[in-house]
Design a protein around this ligand. Structure first.
Ligand code: NAD
Ligand code: UDX
Length: 463
């Protein structure tokens, strides 16, 4: 099947950038990204490409090149489904907050809604591509819905998980390590796989396009995220031991990373990993293992999350202990709120949990983040339901300037590794703070020696 029209359901952190790159690289394909969220679509259509709803380096340039040419953002879901030969499902699959599997399983209600809408609207054969991260064997459920409620048309379901990381989404999409496509081994399945290979072949070399069966593809995505997160929890576990023993976690990471079997990436000790994927996907993996009665497998992976929660709590405890066991009424400046640099995404950011702990101790938090709005920060805290919205607003103050945020603070905590933080005039910050002036560098990005020379009491992770 020759693909000339693609529809993507879900204009989020994955759907938006992925489709923008497909549209840029395949000018002969019309790509329409649809979403139920009218504001989000309006933001994608904002005449000023700088105002698109997702901040990713390089994204606004690609959107301005392709938008209106062969890239469209719309709320008319039915029309886009009807016209497309290939439909990507890229909706959110958060952890369930209710019922069976609450707090563990992936909530598939948005996926099911998409499948039912496709079934209702489709009048010709379609290829349905799972782009969202899904529990293994979800394709079976989608197929059952499509085949039983459809209009007698044929559907092929492919799994094509997305491996982009936020903050580097554009470069990841332009130069992927691999493209993974899972599909049926029937002739129709192979035809669908080939149609998707052809789309990616416009910019990805064939040796980087890997095909598997659907279940391997679905499970590979959960496995990749579990392995990546496991590395962070492993180095973070070592960071605590380093702090007790005089070892330095950055030196340990470098020493082990030079072993080519281990490799140097993803060994940065931190205040704990955040983001919308790692925790959700591991909890889902744990739930799946448990549902097959594999308790050892489930416990093994659950430990990655337990360690991460511990690392976040350890960071806030350390601040309280170091500040003479009380932070009540003290101003603590947070540099960074996003879960990593170069994104405006704050989902599961360590900053939220550290702020919540410190506000429990009645600290006053002042925050500066180059890309996150005050509204988003307060929503993040309110979502935890630890205290009233009014109390959160009283305790959390947001600044659009780091120097103002740090003025009169008792301590500065680095929560995100934004590059600009290392370039500040730290002497100026020191002069405006209460003494002793403490720094808690949750990302190990500052020059400890230089800060100590200025007069700061420096605390990094794992040293
Ligand atoms: P997101 O919340 O940013 O975007 C999802 C969008 O889907 C939302 O705008 C929502 O309004 C829309 N939506 C939900 N149901 C809909 C429906 N029935 N019809 C139309 N629109 C609907 O989520 P995201 O971060 O883009 O993640 C999407 C999926 O991709 C998830 O499964 C996630 O695990 C996976 N993933 C995310 C990343 C990442 O870095 N964020 C990376 C790889 C994979
Ligand atoms: C992750 C996966 O990397 C990506 O392949 C998948 O598609 C989606 O989930 P993302 O969450 O966007 O991507 O960013 P990532 O770079 O993986 O960082 C996740 C968290 O781990 C961040 O909070 C980051 O600061 C933290 N991290 C990462 C560390 O603490 N140490 C590291 O060495 C690497």
């Amino acid at each position: 099947m020759k693909i000339t029209k693609i529809c993507c359901i879900g204009a989020g952190y994955v759907g938006g950038p992925t489709m923008a790159v497909i549209a840029q690289k395949c000018p002969h394909i019309q790509v329409t990204v649809v979403d139920l969220n009218e504001q989000r679509i309006a933001d994608w259509n904002d005449p000023n490409p700088e105002n698109i709803p997702i901040y990713e380096p390089g994204l606004s340039e690609i959107v301005s090149e392709a938008r209106g040419r062969n890239l469209f953002f719309s709320t008319d879901v039915d029309k886009a489904i009807d016209e497309a030969q290939m439909i990507f499902i890229s909706v959110n699959t958060p952890t369930k907050t209710y019922g069976k599997g609450k707090g563990m399983a992936a909530d598939l209600k948005y996926i099911e809604l998409c499948a039912r809408q496709i079934a209702k609207v489709a009048k010709q054969n379609k290829i349905v591509v799972e782009k969202s991260t899904l529990p293994v064997r979800t394709a079976e459920a989608i197929k059952s819905i499509l085949d039983n409620t459809g209009n007698g048309v044929q559907f092929q379901i492919l799994s094509n998980p997305e491996f982009l990381a936020e903050g580097t989404a554009v470069t990841d999409l332009l130069n992927p390590d691999r493209i993974l496509i899972g599909g049926d081994t029937t002739p129709e399945g192979e035809e669908a796989i080939n149609a998707l290979i052809e789309v990616y072949s416009n910019w990805v070399s064939k040796d980087r396009i890997l095909t598997t069966n659907v279940w391997s593809s679905e499970l590979s995505k959960l496995t990749a995220n579990a392995f990546l997160a496991q590395r962070i929890s492993s180095i973070n576990a070592m960071s605590e031991l380093c702090e007790k023993t005089g070892a330095n976690v950055s030196e340990v990471a470098k020493a082990i990373g030079m072993d080519s079997r281990i490799g140097s990436k993803f060994l940065k000790a931190s205040v704990g990993f955040g983001g919308s994927c790692f925790q959700k996907d591991i909890l889902n993996l744990v739930y799946i293992a448990k549902s097959y009665g594999l308790s050892e497998v489930a416990d093994y992976w659950e430990q990655v999350i337990i360690m991460n929660d511990h690392q976040k709590r350890r960071f806030s405890n350390k601040i309280v202990q170091t500040l003479y066991n009380t932070v009540a009424d003290k101003k603590i400046a947070f540099l960074g709120w996003a879960f990593k640099k170069d994104t405006n995404d704050t989902r599961e950011s360590a900053a939220i949990y550290v702020a919540d702990d410190l506000i429990n101790e009645q600290a006053r938090i002042s925050v500066y983040d180059p890309k996150v709005s005050q509204n988003k920060m307060l929503n993040d805290l309110d979502y935890l339901e630890t205290r009233s919205k009014q109390d959160n607003a009283n305790y959390l103050n947001v600044f659009d300037n780091a120097y103002e945020a740090c003025k009169d603070a008792h301590a500065v905590a680095i929560l995100t590794e934004w590059d600009e933080f290392a370039t500040y005039d730290w002497k100026r910050i020191y002069d405006a703070m209460h003494k002793p002036a403490f720094i808690f560098d949750g990302r190990n990005i500052l020059d400890a020696k230089q800060l100590e020379e200025i007069g700061f009491v420096y605390n990094g992770i794992g040293s």
